[in-house]
Design a protein around this ligand. Structure first.
Ligand code: SAH
Ligand code: SF4
Ligand code: F3S
Length: 449
């Protein structure tokens, strides 16, 4: 692309919804737009292009974006700006109907086409033709080879290790919008980590919908190169202070991963292991491929290999056909495992997935009641766990100013708990010993030692 035509004088805003994969895509896109000479503006109404990186995981995530898009009508009718670039999972799922409804959406690209987006956005300034970049085959991939240099957080970065998902859990839209599972070659990943460390990054999180499956699709030269090996190679990169990964699938949390984690002190003892339900019947209908017993066995094995582990999970309540008894199985699983944190959600039917077609949907009011009950229970558990940490010393990566409170920095323990600490701004980006002095279900308070 010639820079004479599109560079230098335009502004963009960017808003990211959804999971860390979108945060990572948003950071790479920001960096690519900056290198074209575009400037970021905080205000979508005052930018030439407003970029939305969207999520389809639940209906609410999509409705938020639809109502945002509607608000641009008067500006478009008056000024013909901003143009909108709709990216991410929702663009892949509903892009064509959105283009018909909102003519100010001029670029529509699914998550596997991020590589063509900077040029599509730049060239869209010259005419009113809508540019579509959606999968015609879920294996297509036009990735954006760009280091996320302009990050939401200077000290932390995400690195995608695999695209897509082949698990097809019966409630989930991800395999339809993110396409087939494909691992990135290890050299590209370790090279990116090395360059991010040179750029000042202290903590890297490896990303995939199911990181344990990393490498299963490799053939030839890379056959047998699996997640444990990647973890070990990444942890050995000079200068990397902290390494994390998400998300793990309970079916495949192999001993070699635990072995690498216990040998490498810079791999944080923190795991998100989504359970989704505590009932065997529901797990089967969700197509999760493990039982409650398998899950509890995995937790036991992981906890005995990694004492002091921070363990979190994802849980859905009100899956179609979930009875009170099934729900109580989820309750008892939370009581038994005592997770540090539970990402809970009421089931949201996603059109095109097998669970959405079922006739035995749980009424919305009942789903909400179960969600509130789960959240109440977990907040008690998290409160007790966090209280028990008072008086302990933790190593905290102070990574940004706290959202509230003058002179307070926010950071994370190795186990991924949020800590608020009174500390000078110059300490951001450093790891410090902190004495825990207070707690709530959601965060800890501490004092620098
Ligand atoms: N790959 C990860 C999670 C991806 S989606 C895994 O296997 O667990 C993130 C979370 O959103 C899921 O763990 C699930 O708890 C939730 N989720 C996915 N589809 C949902 C739906 N239809 N309704 C409600 N929550 C959903
Ligand atoms: Fe969705 Fe299941 Fe894949 Fe996770 S593993 S992204 S829940 S289909
Ligand atoms: Fe949402 Fe897509 Fe992530 S649906 S949760 S942004 S993979």
């Amino acid at each position: 692309m010639s820079c004479d035509n599109f560079c230098g004088s335009y502004t963009f805003s960017i808003k990211v919804y959804g999971c860390q994969m979108n945060v990572c895509d948003g950071d790479r896109l920001r960096s690519a737009m900056n290198s074209l000479g575009w400037r970021e503006s905080p205000d979508p109404a005052d930018s030439d292009v407003a970029i939305f990186v969207t999520c389809s995981i639940r209906d609410k995530a999509e409705q938020k974006v639809i109502s945002e898009l509607g608000r641009f009508r008067p500006l478009w009718e008056k000024n013909r700006r901003p143009r909108i670039a709709l990216l991410g999972c929702m663009a892949q799922r509903t892009g064509e109907s959105i283009a018909r409804k909102f003519p100010w959406v001029q670029v529509i690209a699914g998550p596997r086409h991020l590589g063509v987006v900077p040029e599509a956005i730049a060239s869209s300034m010259t005419d009113d033709r809508v540019r579509f970049h959606l999968d015609s085959d879920p294996r297509e991939l036009e990735d954006l080879e760009c280091l996320p240099q302009t990050r939401g957080n200077r000290h932390k970065a995400y690195v995608t290790i695999a695209h897509g998902c082949d698990q097809f859990c019966s409630y989930c839209i991800v395999p339809y919008v993110r396409g087939r599972f494909r691992s990135r070659a290890p050299e590209g990943i370790t090279d990116e980590i090395g360059r991010l460390i040179e750029d000042g990054v202290v903590e890297i999180t490896l990303l995939g919908q199911n990181v344990n499956s990393y490498g299963l699709d490799f053939e030839g030269r890379l056959r047998g190169y699996r997640f444990a090996r990647l973890l070990s190679d990444a942890a050995a990169i000079p200068g990397l202070k902290r390494l994390r990964f998400t998300t793990s699938h309970p079916i495949d949390f192999s001993d070699d991963i635990l072995d690498v984690m216990s040998r490498r002190p810079n791999i944080c003892p923190s795991i998100n292991l989504p359970v989704q339900s505590g009932s065997d019947r529901v797990l089967r209908e969700m197509n999760r491929k493990y039982t409650r017993g398998d899950y509890l066995g995995a937790v036991e094995k992981i906890r005995s290999a990694l004492p002091g582990l921070g363990l979190t999970t994802d849980l859905i309540v009100g899956f179609p056909g979930e009875t009170e008894e099934d729900f109580l199985d989820s309750v008892s699983l939370l009581e038994r495992v005592r997770f540090d944190l539970v990402h809970s959600a009421a089931y949201s039917p996603r059109e095109g997935t097998p669970a959405a077609a079922r006739r035995d949907q749980v009424p919305a009011g009942e789903r909400a009641r179960r969600l509130a009950a789960i959240n109440g229970l977990q907040s008690d558990i998290s409160r007790q766990i966090n209280k028990s940490l008072e008086g302990e010393t933790c190593h905290v990566l102070l990574d940004e100013a706290a959202p509230r409170g003058e002179g307070l920095l926010q950071g994370r323990t190795e186990t991924d708990k949020v800590v608020l600490v009174r500390a000078p701004n110059e300490m951001t980006g450093t790891i410090r010993p902190v004495l825990i002095t207070g707690s709530s279900p959601w965060c800890l308070e501490g004092r620098l030692l």
